[in-house]
Design a protein around this ligand. Structure first.
Ligand code: ZN
Length: 169
């Protein structure tokens, strides 16, 4: 089922919404359609509608506010569904969250100290430091923005046509 990219009034990507919700926003004049899916039409009893791909909130600005929650799913999305030690592709069930400086050595539970890892790498690193385990990180962990996580999720789902909207995230 196709999703629709919802843009904030200022053009910032806000989220992915089901197309049914997008159409209802269009009918209620809440959004302006930026792009349509090519060759996809939605038929109702009387009418045929083009399916929006990107819509922008016309009247409402939704404050971005809240920070991104530190949980396994968001770590996995930030790290592009790849083990940050060996590069293996991960799913939500095969992924673990590794503390780079282990918790038992007072490593904080913070964005900068956690990475997605496969079970094998997490086991072989165990409670060692990177040096002790002789392991290297493929990228430096950081606190992601909401927009960045959204971009990663959209990319994973194959919505490459939306990437220009994330140019500034
Ligand atoms: Zn691994």
């Amino acid at each position: 089922m196709k999703k629709v990219l919802l843009l904030n009034k200022n053009g910032e990507p806000l989220g992915m919404i089901p197309w049914t919700r997008a159409l209802s926003l269009v009918f209620r004049d809440k959004v302006q359609v930026f792009e349509y899916y090519e060759g996809v039409a939605i038929r109702s009893a009387r009418e045929v509608h083009a399916l929006p791909s990107v819509v922008l909130l016309k009247h409402t600005f939704v404050p971005y506010g809240k920070r991104v929650g530190l949980n396994k799913r968001n770590v996995l999305v930030r790290d592009g569904f790849e083990c940050q030690y060996c590069g293996k592709e991960l799913s939500e069930s095969s992924a673990t969250v590794d503390h780079i400086i282990p918790s038992c050595n007072d490593g904080p539970h913070a964005w900068e100290n956690v990475v997605a890892a496969c079970k094998r790498c997490n086991n072989s690193k165990a409670s060692k430091s990177l040096d002790q385990a002789n392991m290297k990180l493929r990228s430096r962990p950081f606190r992601p923005s909401k927009a960045l996580l959204l971009r990663q999720r959209a990319a994973k789902l194959g919505y490459n046509q939306w990437m220009p909207y994330f140019a500034h995230t």
